[in-house]
Design a protein around this ligand. Structure first.
Ligand code: F6R
Length: 606
């Protein structure tokens, strides 16, 4: 989604804005722009396309020179990507950048037109800019407070008022915005990586707080103009975490960071060889008391929840319902105050997951979020939070965030199974120890990149592909399938292997490659029968299985054999070849791996 950066200080503002925006490219965008005070004049430069297109324009002598300004990368919602629809928007007196959606922009626009305002763009944002101009009475804070009363929807805004050329203003509701605090310079940004090069200290702006930011001061007040005191937070991500570090793509780097991410995530949650989740505020006894567990999330995070369901139900014998957040929020779910709703989100800002959280709270259920970004909206608003420590995930396609989400699912399942006496202490210790060994096992799996590269070379010309599996392997293969389609643009579906012959097998020909995930011993024979079925219909089959599988080498065309560990934990290993296969297929096809078309990293609109 859109990215915002703002700067006030002594540096060349345009350079800082472009640099900050480049760190937000991962959010997805189709145009970019900046506005800078040149003395007392607001100068805007913007362009459809990538940041480089904007830089090209600036190199042709159109670079605004100054020390105070705002910048934006736009992910189109209202109006196609174009120079005119790009942000900043406004007029000579008020100029803004916006992330979010203004739901009632149409009546406001009609009103403003009746007051003589003209509009250039098709955006909802321009309405806010002109509304601010309409209310402007010489007092920016008062003006912004008026705007807040009028506007419905979500917004993070960076605002410049011509009369105040030494400062920028910021306000947010339901869209993220932080204020970076430096020495004689300050920033605003949609996310921490944009400011890391300059400072690690930042404030989190809360709902409808208004900030006035100059080079040496940040003054924050609520919408009734009462001053707000805030704690300065310090980002524990260092700058290297947001750079490629020698890898060709962030995705490849992040795949390889999984051992460290898992180790860092689980280490504080294990004590004396047993799961320990109490720092989140949720105890084993509390977990045991819930009637039912719901897991709600989107995309990859929802797939982590599906693995969680299998593991929790298998080990703890507690019913778990997994929901896609955009369905959950509108299906009037049967949640009560006796239930636990677990929200999983890398960004902690996903609009549908956030709405699901609000719904669960309204119904009185306890809410536990599993979130990667500290201080994000979902983390702050849930009753309990378990942070995953994956570090910044920059590639749009999620990899390491998935693994750490799985790791927390496992710890929850072990803890719950143990307190419910569904497993013995010894089994709980064994499983916890196996989880601790995963980072070492993963190092071995990460070495299999050439094998996966070869398999990718066999898939690259396909139009469509099937992933199949049973039980945990089916849950896992959904993620493999999503990864492949989102970055290589090869259509792919994940199917429960046993369900194939109820219709989908009619698609299987020599032109339909199949990837079979078969890591679960109890279902192995059945999955192999399904593999034989598709292979005998011409499909080229890749099988991802464990090394102890004694299988005729002709059963599949290609085998990826993983180290043998406890079956229950196999998804943590089997995810890697799937990620590699997706990655290398996309590379071979020449796709934009880290920023696939039409996708945004943080989906802050519905
Ligand atoms: C796919 C992917 C998305 C996200 C989904 C939820 O690779 O990254 O499917 O998993 O948009 O995002 P978060 O986890 O930020 O709520």
């Amino acid at each position: 989604m859109c990215g915002i950066v703002g700067y006030v200080g002594n540096r060349d503002c345009a350079d800082v804005l472009v640099d900050g925006l480049s760190k937000l490219e991962y959010r997805g965008y189709d145009s970019a722009g900046i506005a800078v005070f040149e003395k007392e004049k607001i100068v805007v430069e913007k362009s459809k396309g990538k940041l480089n297109d904007l830089v090209e324009k600036m190199l042709q002598g159109k670079k605004p020179h100054g020390h105070c300004g705002i910048g934006h990368t736009r992910w189109a919602t209202h109006g196609e990507p174009s120079d005119i629809n790009s942000h900043p928007h406004g007029n000579k007196r008020v100029t803004i950048v916006h992330n979010g959606i203004i739901e009632n922009y149409k009546p406001i626009k009609e009103f403003l037109i009746s007051q003589g305002y003209g509009f250039e763009s098709e955006t909802d944002t321009e309405t806010v800019a002109k509304l601010l101009d309409y209310y402007y009475d010489g007092d920016p804070v008062q003006t912004i407070a008026h705007m807040i009363d009028e506007v419905q929807g979500s917004y993070a805004l960076g605002i410049m008022f011509r009369d105040f050329p030494d400062r920028i203003y910021a306000v947010r509701k339901d869209s993220p915005l932080i204020i970076g605090v430096g020495e004689n310079e300050n920033f605003i940004a949609s996310d921490v990586p944009a400011i890391l090069k300059y400072t690690r200290d930042y404030y989190l702006l809360e709902q409808n707080e208004i900030a006035a930011i100059t080079a040496d001061a940040v003054v924050i007040c609520d919408n009734h103009n009462r001053l707000v005191e805030k704690e300065v937070l310090t980002a524990d991500w260092d700058i290297d975490a947001a750079e490629k570090g020698g890898y060709e793509h962030f995705m490849l780097k992040e795949i390889n960071e999984q051992p460290t991410a898992i180790r860092t995530t689980i280490a504080p949650r294990i004590q004396n060889g047993m799961p320990y989740l109490e720092e989140s505020g949720i105890t084993g006894e509390m977990l045991k008391a819930f009637r039912r567990i719901y897991i709600v999330a989107c995309g990859t995070a929802m797939h982590a929840g599906l693995v969680g369901k299998y593991v929790i139900e298998k080990l703890a014998r507690v019913e778990v319902t997994v929901d896609i957040a955009s369905e959950f929020r509108y299906r009037n779910p049967l949640i009560t105050k006796e239930d636990l709703v677990i929200l999983i989100s890398q960004s902690g800002e996903t609009a549908d997951t956030h709405a699901a959280l609000k719904l669960a709270k309204e119904r009185g259920a306890a809410t536990l979020s599993i979130v990667n970004v500290k201080g994000s909206t979902i983390a702050r608003e849930s009753d309990y939070v378990i942070y995953t420590h994956a570090g910044p995930e920059i590639s749009v396609a999620s990899t390491k965030a998935y693994s750490v989400q799985l790791s927390i699912m496992y710890l929850l399942a072990f803890e719950l199974a143990y307190v419910k006496e569904a497993i013995t202490e010894q089994r709980c210790r064994e499983l916890t120890e196996a989880l601790v060994s995963i980072p070492d096992n993963l190092k071995e799996v990460l070495e299999m990149k050439e094998r996966c590269q070869f398999i990718a070379s066999r898939l690259v010309n396909s139009d469509s592909l099937l992933y199949i599996g049973r039980g945990l392997d089916y849950a896992l293969s959904m993620e493999g399938s999503l990864k492949l389609k989102e970055i290589s643009y090869i259509h792919s579906e994940s199917y429960a292997a046993g369900e194939l012959k109820h219709g989908t097998i009619s698609l299987v020909t020599q032109d339909m490659p199949v990837i079979a995930v078969a890591t679960q011993s109890d279902l192995m024979d059945k999955t192999i029968s399904n593999v034989v079925e598709v292979k005998s219909r011409g499909a080229k089959v890749t099988m991802i299985c464990s090394e102890d599988l004694d299988v005729d080498k002709n059963v599949a065309n290609h085998l990826v054999k993983l180290p043998k560990i406890d079956d229950l934990l196999m998804p943590l290993l089997a995810a890697v070849p799937m990620q590699y296969i997706a990655y290398y297929t996309a590379v071979l096809k020449g796709c934009n791996v880290d920023q696939p078309r039409n996708l945004a990293k943080s989906v802050t609109v519905e």
